[in-house]
Design a protein around this ligand. Sequence first.
Ligand code: TA6
Length: 295
Amino acid sequence: NDHYEELLFVSSKFGPLDLTKKSGVQLPMRLSSLGVGELVGEVGGFLAIFKPPKAIRGGIPICFPQFSSHGFLEQHGFARNRFWTVESDPPPFPTKPSNNAFIDLILRPSEEDLKIWPHSFEFRLRVALGPGGDLMLTSRIRNTNADGKPFTFTFAYHTYFSVSDISEVRVEGLETLDYLDNLQNKERFTEQGDAITFESEVDKIYLSTPMKIAILDHEKKRTFVIRKDGLPDAVVWNPWDKKAKAMADFGDDEYKHMLCVEAAAIEKPITLKPGEEWRGRQELSAVPSSYCSGQ
Ligand code: TA6
């Protein structure tokens, strides 16, 4: 990272072409743009390669400062495509002390990020693993704008769940709720079913959802339980066959074995004044299906 910062400083000062002449740093001419493109250079014998990480098609990509795509920001914002830093002594997290293993990460905007989203922030993320394998994510986003400006954002934990067979999966906790259907121009509908089951592409943003949502995997006799706080909405997404085929980083049949249920804050974007901090937390656990419902 240091070399990258140094290289970016040097290169952004002179621009890619001048850099080669003025500083003697041999950059391949294929360098397209700095900071958000692939940056390869030789600095004092150290080969510095920078390529913004691309969110993997799985795990829990963090959607910030926006969910979905509009304006200059990339789809789901840039946070999931950046290098985060481990923070060894963050300000105290508001969670009760526990013996969970955890790691604290922090993301601040780079010069490049500020060009596309001109707001300073500190995004602290604590990832904690409970003794039973429960996974807790706590996000704290603080507005650190020195110019007094508030900022507004939307957010989602874009969680990918592995399921045995999507056609044998049901989601409980979202019945009778309103949702925006991404497949019908984000029009608003009301969920009729007593649980959500899957037989085609689904891309819905459920609004004002309960704290707890259950994902029952019939075949594995396992239920994932999402418990969330500060995240009123929940996105449910499965691309199904046609869209899966169109996604380069997704196997044609992988849609059968995954489901995204994403704790989110979308319908009512969050506005923070300088110094204010927002928290959004989700806890994931997996329980045998025999005693899941109702808990
Ligand atoms: O979470 C649902 C969604 O917004 C879908 O519309 C689909 O685009 C999905 O996210 C995946 O987005 P990604 O940018 O990760 O390919």
